[in-house]
Design a protein around this ligand. Structure first.
Ligand code: SF4
Ligand code: SF4
Length: 588
């Protein structure tokens, strides 16, 4: 007989006590209606990739919660617990087991739900259990960190207000320059705008190009639009953590800011859980009547094209693309025809993925899974279903209207070595958009009788004169091009075609700045970046990552070192290169 004494957990007692307050009619319905027919079993990507492990079955997972419900809140379980399989939780180990089910074995994708003839919504039960566990402090570390950032800083990724505003300013400058139009800007906190645009903090941190592309579309559509200086994050970790209080606080911040600006419509950038949280669940969590219209930017872009406010040329997007439906957009909110209509207007070769729409499989990054690193192996194993779906399309690009899915798909593509890239509709629409060429009015210049022609170098000091820049890229053409642009503008340029040489030159020459490719033979750019940052002699050198592999962006920013000063996606033209180098070196 074991001498081990099971210590009763006060957290377990609290969880049971709090459960009584969470039992809505919908949840009780899902806890009582299951007849264990098993029809939902094969709906789940975890089951399909673990066929010999019954603990992944939706009904099995739901039963772990159902047993507690029966033991404490159903008369049958109170009177004849052994008969109806009722069982309580009493120890910290019990709670850990529940945590591993609620967070590690389900992405709350709801695919099992639509395949249940009894209307059981396991995801809603699972979200309740997540919320109860979070309320007693039992959760994956990533969930605690992200929730804290959203509570305290106001967004999921801890982006500071200055960082956000600086990025908008930077993208605004890019837009003016790109369109050669000083009126093309990103307006911030404009009152009475017809559109207030809210984004995912991932766009600020890893994908500012999406902000610039959206701004270009709003500008070309002649929209009276703005972005808020605060309360701009339309994502909501409350949906994933099950914490309704967090959900309400986050949604309220955004609604109040739009109301303060007297915005007519809130447009939500492409994000599945952001759309569901903000448009569908948020008003309930926040307990508010929202006085303005809310829509996905997919709907907005489609309307602009249909109304003739922007013109697109689909022959600019000719690579074969497929579309991944985000579970939250498609299954939970019914947003699946609009993205297809839009895609068919802006690409020439759209290939459907099967199954699709509300039957589509999760990218496996849903339900906040990307933040729970302890479950990464089982997540990636379950991603084989998605990898097979992707590969079967033969497409080279997968489009999705969800930032979470961008990360989930990128991980899946990397893990299963698929030759694909991920993008979003906003990028394709911006690329297909026909921008009329601006014809500048000829300037009338008074010409003096005698013109003394100074040498150009004497008249216009070269903007990078005196600056020392190390250019690192394994492609000789790219190296020569960047080098020429920088030298033509006065910089002294050093060159390296591999990582080890780059580190050696950086240590020896201490340049003012480095442009750094990521994919290189030998020591890759990511390792070079980290090494230079960790070395006190080179840590202060400004670095601009220039890569043709946007999926590596996260790997750079996730490193435990100070982030790079600049980040550009290839191909980069001379103007963009020079503009960014000047910005990073702070030269006029
Ligand atoms: S399909 Fe519905 S009733 Fe059947 S086992 Fe699954 S949850 Fe239960
Ligand atoms: S919600 Fe999705 S991940 Fe969770 S059990 Fe159902 S099918 Fe599986």
């Amino acid at each position: 007989m074991s001498n081990q004494v099971q210590v009763r957990s006060h957290k377990a007692d609290k969880l049971i006590e709090r459960m009584s307050k969470k039992l809505t009619r919908q949840i009780v319905g899902s806890l009582t209606a299951c007849v264990h027919c098993g029809l939902c079993t094969d709906s789940c990507h975890y089951v399909l990739t673990n066929p010999d492990d019954p603990t992944y079955a939706p009904a099995y997972k739901a039963d772990r919660v159902r047993k507690i419900f029966k033991r404490h809140f159903d008369w049958t379980g109170r009177v004849i617990p052994w008969w109806v399989g009722a069982a309580s939780v009493s120890t910290d180990e019990d709670l850990e087991e529940l945590k591993d089910i609620a967070f590690g074995k389900c992405t709350n994708c709801r695919r099992c739900t639509i395949n249940c003839p009894m209307g059981v919504d396991f995801a809603v039960v699972n979200r309740m259990m997540r919320g109860l566990l979070v309320s007693v402090g039992v959760m994956p570390e990533g969930v605690a960190v992200v929730s804290k950032d959203q509570w305290e800083i106001g967004n999921q990724m801890g982006v500071l207000k200055e960082e956000y505003l600086e990025t908008l300013e930077w993208m605004s400058e890019e837009l003016s320059s790109d369109l050669d139009d000083p009126s093309a800007i990103i307006p911030v906190d404009l009152r009475d705008a017809d559109v207030v645009y809210s984004i995912n903090p991932r766009e600020v941190k890893y994908d500012p190009r999406s902000i610039a592309d959206a701004a270009k579309i709003f500008h070309m559509a002649g929209e009276k639009w703005t972005m808020p200086s605060e309360g701009w994050d339309m994502t909501n970790f409350g949906l994933f953590s099950g914490d309704d209080d967090l959900g309400g606080a986050v949604a309220r911040r955004l609604y109040e800011k739009v109301s303060e600006l007297n915005g007519k419509k809130l447009v939500i950038s492409e994000c599945g859980h952001g759309y569901r949280s903000t448009r569908c669940e948020g008003p309930n969590w926040a307990g508010m009547d929202v006085p303005f219209v809310m829509e996905s930017s997919v709907t907005t872009m489609l309307r602009y094209i249909k109304d003739g406010r922007i013109t697109v040329d689909k022959t600019r997007n000719t690579t074969p693309v497929t579309f991944h439906d985000s579970c939250n957009n498609a299954r939970s909110c019914g947003l699946f025809e609009e993205p297809r209509e839009l895609l068919n207007l802006v690409v020439t070769d759209f290939r459907e993925m099967y199954p699709n729409r509300s039957e589509n499989y999760c990218c496996t990054g849903g339900g906040g899974a990307m933040s729970m690193s302890e479950y990464t192996p089982q997540r990636l194993k379950s991603a084989r279903v998605k990898a097979d779906q992707l590969a079967a399309t033969g497409a080279s690009t997968v489009v999705t209207s969800c930032h979470n899915c961008v990360d989930g798909l990128a991980d899946c593509i990397r893990h299963y070595k698929l030759n694909m890239q991920v993008t979003q509709l906003v990028n394709l629409v911006a690329n297909a958009m026909v921008v009329p060429v601006r014809v500048a009015a000829p300037e009338v210049v008074a010409v003096p009788d005698v013109v003394a022609v100074e040498p150009v170098a004497a008249r216009v000091p070269l903007c990078l004169a005196g600056r020392r820049i190390l250019v690192v890229d394994d492609e000789p053409d790219v190296l020569a091009f960047y080098g020429a642009v920088l030298q033509d503008n006065g910089a002294t340029v050093f060159e390296a075609t591999d990582g080890d040489t780059a580190i050696a030159i950086a240590r020896r020459e201490k340049p003012d700045m480095i442009t750094l490719d990521l994919s290189m033979p030998g020591t890759d750019g990511g390792k070079v970046f980290e090494t230079l940052r960790q070395d006190t002699e080179t840590s202060g050198i400004r670095i601009c990552i220039i890569t043709g592999r946007p999926e590596l962006r996260r790997l750079i920013y996730d490193r435990a070192v100070f982030p790079p000063e600049g980040y550009l996606d290839k191909p980069v033209d001379d103007e963009t290169l020079l503009r960014n180098v000047r910005k990073i070196l702070e030269v006029n």
